[in-house]
Design a protein around this ligand. Structure first.
Ligand code: DGL
Length: 264
């Protein structure tokens, strides 16, 4: 594999753009290929089998480009499919992501932690194992957020409807006294400014994007695969309505980015 090959990144939709920002910041010389599986968003309400099937198909496409690593920029897809991906392609570097339970436990003052994530992530065996490993001695309250991903996908990052839905989801956690909230879905950091305006100042928000970018940097470094002295080229693909994806992407990514149809 050549070090100038791109890094592949995928999500059910545009949530992974929150992670792409961290990757670009920490690895500015890398070319990126991003896939939004928008025809099938939200993954959070889909079966594990379906998410595995999509993750395998998308990874196959990315590996054919070729890419030198794949970031599963989706907590739900990581929980459902990263084991299968690593089994299918043991030689490929897959970086997955999961709710930042360990950092939240370290950051919380009162040991009350709220987790906002998809239904799929919260019911997964991986999440149960994560809680058992790092959060046995604290109080963790979980909150699935149906409907939120769809609003973010349609670019409603500041709307009244999004505010109302977010308020409904965080209120029980705040009432229970949580001083730390984990954003356990890559879509949610995209509405961080709105969320910040709803919650009290002392409540901390924790997400995983930067940790993922750091891990990617370190793994590529170990393998001698960090790109250098290159003008990075970004490509975006979508499986759904490409115009709609482009419109929302324009709100999330600093440079104009055409979206190509994925075709499967
Ligand atoms: N962005 C994804 C995550 O991190 C999935 C959201 C969805 O499609 O339900 O979990």
């Amino acid at each position: 594999m050549h070090k100038q090959a791109a890094i592949g990144v995928f999500d059910s939709g545009l949530g992974g753009i929150s992670v792409l920002h961290d990757i670009r910041r920490l690895l500015p010389s890398e070319s990126l290929i991003y896939i939004a599986d928008s025809a099938h968003v939200p993954y959070g309400e889909k079966s594990t089998e379906f998410i595995i099937e999509r993750s395998l198909a998308i990874s196959e496409f990315l590996l054919a480009q070729p890419v030198k690593a794949i970031v599963v920029a989706c907590n739900t897809a990581t929980a459902a499919a990263v084991t299968e991906l690593r089994q299918r392609w043991p030689q490929v570097l897959f970086v997955g992501m999961e709710p930042a339970v360990k950092p939240a436990v370290l950051a919380s003052q009162n040991g009350k932690i709220g987790v906002l994530a998809t239904t799929g992530t919260l019911r997964s065996a991986r999440f149960a194992a994560l809680l058992e490993r790092f959060a046995a001695h604290v109080e963790v309250m979980t909150q699935p957020c149906p409907g939120l991903v769809e609003l973010i996908e349609s670019g409603e990052l500041q709307s009244r409807v999004t505010r109302e839905l977010l308020t409904r989801y965080v209120e029980p956690l705040l009432r229970a006294g949580c001083d730390t909230l984990i954003l356990g879905c890559t879509h949610y950091p995209l509405v961080k400014p709105l969320l910040r305006s709803i919650i009290p100042e002392h409540v901390q928000l924790i997400d995983t994007g930067e940790a993922v970018a750091r891990r990617l940097h370190s793994e590529l470094g170990k393998q001698g695969l960090l790109a250098d002295a290159q003008q990075p080229i970004d490509h975006f693909y979508g499986s759904g309505n490409v115009q709609k994806t482009e419109q929302t992407l324009a709100l999330l990514w600093p440079t104009p980015a055409p979206v190509s149809a994925l075709g499967f």
